[in-house]
Design a protein around this ligand. Sequence first.
Ligand SMILES: Nc1nc2c(ncn2[C@@H]2O[C@H](COP(=O)(O)OP(=O)(O)OP(=O)(O)O)[C@@H](O)[C@H]2O)c(=O)[nH]1
Ligand SMILES: [Mg+2]
Length: 249
Amino acid sequence: MANSRFAYVRSFELPDPLLPSTYIVCRIDGRSFHRFTEAHGFDKPNDERGLRLMDRAAEGVMREVPDVLLAFGESDEFSFLLKKDSTLYARRSSKILSTLLSIFTANYVFHWPAHFPHTPLQHPPSFDARIVLYPGEREVRDYFAWRQADTHINNLYNTVFWALVLQGGLDTTHAHAELRGTISSQKHELLHARFGINYNALPARYRKGSVLVRTKPVLSPSNPNGEVAVLHVDIIRDEFWEERPWLLR
Ligand SMILES: Nc1nc2c(ncn2[C@@H]2O[C@H](COP(=O)(O)OP(=O)(O)OP(=O)(O)O)[C@@H](O)[C@H]2O)c(=O)[nH]1
Ligand SMILES: [Mg+2]
């Protein structure tokens, strides 16, 4: 055999299987998106076009990877939940992670012009990813509750912060100082009293992030891609899961 002298190097490629019968969560996060969003003139604190593009990239992942049951996104991140008994790529960790990451990134770039028709890409966006395994339904539900709580905390802070800067004329140091130590109800009050903004009336996409679920599963060759819906709902609440018992079974 021509390659027999060299074939031993194959043995350096170690297997990296994920534990069986565990939920796989892959979280993708924009690399240096502070800089990327600045360079591309994103609206502050939320850019509708940018968030829709993230949703579109995540939809691309769900269309190509049937084992993804659900996705949740906010800001520059998206989490994908794979079914517990998934045998995708024999559960090889690096293969699953790199494939999801690559499909997501490629979709983000591919769909950029449709979302930012007047803003050419200044430099290539990139993302990192990690995989975390969860043993049961409780941990999976708590994982997504944790991410959505993060959405809420960050978005409330950023909404008041940018109102103070953009409408209130404060510099960023003073805006941070003004918010230091304030609790949630004080931020709501400040927004309302000073800027006439009712936080709860802001778009749900900003306040709750995006939840992607399948409305039609991948069933047959005539329906290879299924259909995906983007929802802006309280995934943090038990009702979300109780209304969709098939998600975690
Ligand atoms: N203006 C604007 N900025 C956004 C939006 N979404 C995300 N960002 C930016 O993206 C950042 C995401 O936070 P991080 O992931 O912690 O920061 P990062 O710069 O991406 O850094 P790394 O993830 O560590 O590489 C935010 O701090 C914002 O600066 C948006 O809709 N509008
Ligand atoms: Mg980031």
